[in-house]
Design a protein around this ligand. Structure first.
Ligand code: GSH
Length: 239
């Protein structure tokens, strides 16, 4: 059992998955205990296939006997079910809309552009990195002069919904070159607000408990990258 007290929660996950880490971090911030079940994604359990027949992916959160799939959906469920503990979503509807907008951006644009970096080499990878850094710049601008300007976290003084989503997806940015074989990026120079935000995110005790050891993660990502490059760009990774 991870954490306390027992809220009748079971999480099907995979240790390296940023989507799973989002859910683990949200549960930690809410102080909710849960049973963790590690899935072997190369040999998915009948339970996973039964509970998430549409996507057959982790995470799946079981609350009692009710399964909830898709990390963003799970996060909203957790936040709306345990409203009195550490609210993740802002109360202002306009700010909630902005949080949802940047969550979509993180999935649709940022995530896809970094996947291209992982899947490519040489000139192709340099072009992919330019595209990914362009997307990162949009987030930097948002922290510097947008709705979240002057804040320590997107959520304010404390981490909120967007910090959980983007933080679990991109806490490894300082190790981008090691993970992807790309040229090193000077985060502090080009992205000072994001660089500070990543440092603050990684320093949070709940984050330290959830995010895997960076050496282990870099090793895992290198193996994934080799596998993807050997399979050809047509295959999607099972990360
Ligand atoms: N949109 C999903 C993505 C989840 C996802 O891609 N999970 C990966 C692990 S990181 C998975 O289960 N992959 C198995 C597969 O693709 O067969 C979410 O946000 O929960």
């Amino acid at each position: 059992m991870e954490g306390a007290p027992d809220a009748g929660l079971r999480l099907l996950g995979m240790w390296a998955s940023p989507f799973v880490q989002r859910v683990q971090l949200a549960l930690k911030l809410k102080g909710l205990g849960y049973e963790y079940v590690e899935e072997d994604l190369s040999n998915k359990s009948p339970t996973l296939l039964l509970l998430n027949p549409v996507h057959q992916k982790v995470p799946v959160l079981l609350h009692g006997d009710r399964p909830i799939a898709e990390s963003l959906v799970i996060l909203e469920y957790i936040d709306e079910t345990w409203t009195e503990r550490y609210p993740l979503m802002p109360s202002d509807p306009l700010e909630r809309a902005a949080v949802r907008f940047w969550c979509h951006f993180s999935v649709d644009k940022l995530g896809l552009s970094f996947l291209e970096v992982l899947k490519s080499t040489g000139d192709e990878q340099r072009a992919a990195i330019r595209e990914a850094l362009g997307n990162l710049k949009l987030l930097e601008d948002e922290l510097r002069e947008g709705l979240f300007r002057g804040r320590r976290f997107f959520g304010g003084e404390k981490m909120g919904f967007l910090d959980v989503v983007i933080g679990c997806g991109y806490h490894w940015l300082p190790e981008l070159d090691e993970m992807t074989g790309a040229d090193p990026v000077e985060l502090d120079e080009g992205f000072p607000c994001l660089a500070k935000w990543v440092r603050d995110f990684r320093a949070q005790p709940e984050v330290k408990e959830v995010i895997p050891d960076h050496h282990k993660l870099v090793g895992y990502m290198k193996v994934m990258r080799e596998r993807i490059l050997n399979q050809g760009s047509a295959s999607a990774p099972r990360v």
